[in-house]
Design a protein around this ligand. Sequence first.
Ligand code: PLP
Length: 367
Amino acid sequence: MTYLDNGATSMNKPQAVLDAVRCALENCANPGRGGHTAAMTAARTVLRCRERAAQLFGCKPEQVVFTANCTQGLNMAIRTLVKPGDKVAVSGFEHNAVVRPLYALGAKTVVAGRKLFDPVDTLERFEDALRRGAKAAVFTHVSNVFGYILPVEELAALCRQYRVPFVLDAAQSAGMLPVDMEKLGADFIAMPGHKGLLGPQGTGLLLCADRLEPLLFGGTGSDSKNPGMPDYLPERGEAGTLNVPGIAGLSAGITYVQRVGIHKIFEKQQRQARRCASALERLGFRVFSGREQGGTVSFVPDRDCEEAAELLAQRGVAVRAGLHCAPLAHESAGTLETGTVRVSFGHDAAPWQTGNLLLALETLPKR
Ligand code: PLP
């Protein structure tokens, strides 16, 4: 299979990830729930992952809260910062993992910056929203539909300037672009463990500056006489048994990414995405590309998107079609009615993948 759906989740995980999951299943009991060898092995496994994540993302180990995915982290962050009726500035490229929690809370979402691949517009519109009294901001680092890399350092600086707390959605950038909690001065950074960090599904990280309102309440293996959740991190955000096999795999994924180097991974992806975009343009499709773009390219094919993706799947090429859980991004780009076919490269991006996609496209029945 030519797997080009890394925006959804990464496949072709490094062998070390598979080995770590197996090793945890064989050797780990419940971390923080006992002093015996298997519980202590689990606790060390979890701590090692926290430390690796902290090193990669410029924060302290205790600021790393394990979640089940990026969505859970975004919900926790948003619930901490936003009250019903608050104005919240978001980019025009947010995933439903941001839009829906805000909607459920009854926040007034202010969409700031809808022009694709236009960081100047993104910054101007955001500043406008912050000046007009937004109480919080939430923005994605990279659009999951179009691969647009938002100017997050400048957005973070604007939020700091206007003293507006903010959440960064690093779902599509963790493991691909530098993300530094301290440098950004973020209140929260949410990310999945199962995409660019190459961990198993069921893993995610929420980096927390200091405060955090729990979403779940329950045992943490600490402060047990307290009927409330511990008031310290990371336990405040980690009720219930952790996904230790997943965390072990995530730890190995982070180590792999660090060893290969984020810049190298990014360059590989971007090179293929650019090659792919030019070739798709030559084939006559409407392609969304720009300078500020990572390893993801969307295009509108000459037929229904789902049909195109299905035909590609029959030819061994895995892409995603439709709205990609981000109707706001499609509204911004004018593709809400058609959707797009999304090609998203991963850590293993290579010319043969682009070649296979193009070959498959050329063999589609003519319209
Ligand atoms: N945010 C963005 C930009 C995404 O692309 C995704 C998933 O595709 C999410 C949030 C949600 O991630 P998860 O599926 O890990 O909850």
